[in-house]
Design a protein around this ligand. Sequence first.
Ligand SMILES: *[C@@H]1O[C@H](CO)[C@@H](O)[C@H](O)[C@H]1NC(C)=O
Ligand SMILES: *[C@@H]1O[C@H](CO)[C@@H](O)[C@H](O)[C@H]1NC(C)=O
Ligand SMILES: *[C@@H]1O[C@H](CO)[C@@H](O)[C@H](O)[C@H]1NC(C)=O
Ligand SMILES: *[C@@H]1O[C@H](CO)[C@@H](O)[C@H](O)[C@H]1NC(C)=O
Length: 222
Amino acid sequence: MFTVALVCVLSSATLLVSGIPTPSNTCCNTSKAVMDLPANQTTLVAPTTAPLFLALGVGVQNYSCSSTTSTYSSIGAVASLFDISCLDRTPAFTTIQTTAFDVWSKAPPSVKATSIGSTALLGYHYFVTSPSGTGISPMWDFTSTGKLAGNATAFVMAAKVGDMVAVTSPATNVDWLALDRVEGQLASKIFRIDTVGGQPPTSCVPGSAPISVKYTAKYFLY
Ligand SMILES: *[C@@H]1O[C@H](CO)[C@@H](O)[C@H](O)[C@H]1NC(C)=O
Ligand SMILES: *[C@@H]1O[C@H](CO)[C@@H](O)[C@H](O)[C@H]1NC(C)=O
Ligand SMILES: *[C@@H]1O[C@H](CO)[C@@H](O)[C@H](O)[C@H]1NC(C)=O
Ligand SMILES: *[C@@H]1O[C@H](CO)[C@@H](O)[C@H](O)[C@H]1NC(C)=O
């Protein structure tokens, strides 16, 4: 009798930072994974199917200063996405975003987000010009990394369909989001939850340069 292993050949060019749990496998079967959402809200609705990918995002949220309101507005984000499927249903899964943020927030500027992850790099999150030609849209792109490298459709560009303030410390932690696919084959729904960091200061000096604010979050792709 054969045992068929889940074959996950992901790029492993990650520095394993001490303190972040490092599962021995790079990716695991997500069919039993469940996204925990607070029961006291209806903004984010978990799909009834199992997620396809469980990712830890480590990166920055970018903001520019509005000269009319003296407040920051979002101009996009860039993050590395690490596979955390093998931590699912372990105690480390619950706290991975905080563990990673502790390392990321203290890292000097020379340390890139790609070297913070606990496991293999799944792909990248960034923004592109929206299909309409105006504004920007978020992208989750696995086309250049891991087992989907070279697969030109292994991305998803999405649009926000749900937005709630973070369950803890909403002044410092960016909102939890639900997004639906606009283009690409990687997933049809994306959720950003368990956010840490990423919020800009409440006011800014008009004319000041754009800023990048470090954050981590979990991304569930369905
Ligand atoms: C994942 O687990 C489910 C349920 O145990 C199983 O039906 C499925 O075949 C597994 N998928 C892979 C790729 O091993
Ligand atoms: C909603 O539930 C979460 C726990 O899941 C709790 O932390 C939060 O304070 C609750 N919010 C409200 C407004 O009751
Ligand atoms: C965000 O800022 C970082 C530098 O911190 C930069 O590398 C990245 O290109 C910026 N992305 C966007 C969408 O502004
Ligand atoms: C390419 O990636 C997409 C999205 O993950 C997947 O649906 C498709 O089956 C892949 N194609 C090949 C040839 O592996």
